[in-house]
Design a protein around this ligand. Sequence first.
Ligand code: NAD
Length: 302
Amino acid sequence: MEFERTTGGAILMDGIRLRDEIIVSLRSTIEADGNPDVCLATVLVGDDKPSRLYVKSKHKKAKEAGLASRHIDLPSNIAQSQLETEVRALADDPSVHGILVQLPLPEGLDAEPVLDLLPVTKDVDGLTERSMGRLVRGKPGHVPCTPLGVMRLLDRYGVETSGKRAVVIGRSTLVGLPQVLLLGRKGTDATVTLAHSRTADLAAVCREADIVIAAAGMAGLVTPDFVKPGAAVIDVGVSRSEAGIVGDVQFEAVQEVAGAITPMPGGTGPMTIGCLMQNTYAAFKMQQYEDTGVELGSGLSL
Ligand code: NAD
């Protein structure tokens, strides 16, 4: 397959294009399934502008995919117990299939007990202890959308993982840790290093890698001397500057060395949303399976 390339000759791993392909394909899957009512509910607490924009685009893409969506908007001064009551109602509502609580919550609210209320089948962000446990144990469940989106980009743009060396920069439960698990699992078979803020000589560690995934949230951290010629470089980090959104990777300089690279914006962000839509449909199928006991086949989330 011919791929678009950067001026330096690297394959451009276009997340907008792949997200759109995912949405179109999901829409036809849902149509072929008889257009069932599949509903994603989002919960947003407070007025954080970027969070509000993320949630808005999730609803827009849900509509395009043929999913219904519902939004619960809550004030930043809401009591923890009231927030939990709202989320519990969604958890108990059989017409809601996927629940996304937009994080981070405003100061003073604890996300853990809120996430604990999500049934594992409705946890479309894959962030609860039980979803994470399923990922570790290789059981079916929802995989966090951002690292899942990275895997889809690698696959779509022909980046070989088996027997290759990968470095993941960042060890959060949202991105870095699940990313390591996904890269290292059987069938994907990369040899993975987890780097973090205490890693000594990060540039040298990354230079060993065939795949570098930067999820540190440090603008411009990854320079060309982090990159082995021909390596694939995926930028997850998002920092806001006066010039707009910037990633962890110095795109212009790194694309001269890399074999494949994601743009920022336009790479991992759109993929996160595309994967959320896929997870929501998978959530519906899992709940249908629980209700009917009819075997639905495997590979729902990956
Ligand atoms: P986090 O703050 O929880 O974790 C950051 C990790 O990076 C930590 O493990 C830390 O050890 C590591 N780190 C920080 N500075 C470092 C340095 N100088 N060198 C090496 N490691 C360093 O953040 P998170 O929730 O994992 O998110 C990471 C970034 O990804 C943020 O910028 C966030 O906005 C972004 N993000 C993007 C998407 C997307 O769709 N593209 C989705 C989620 C998060």
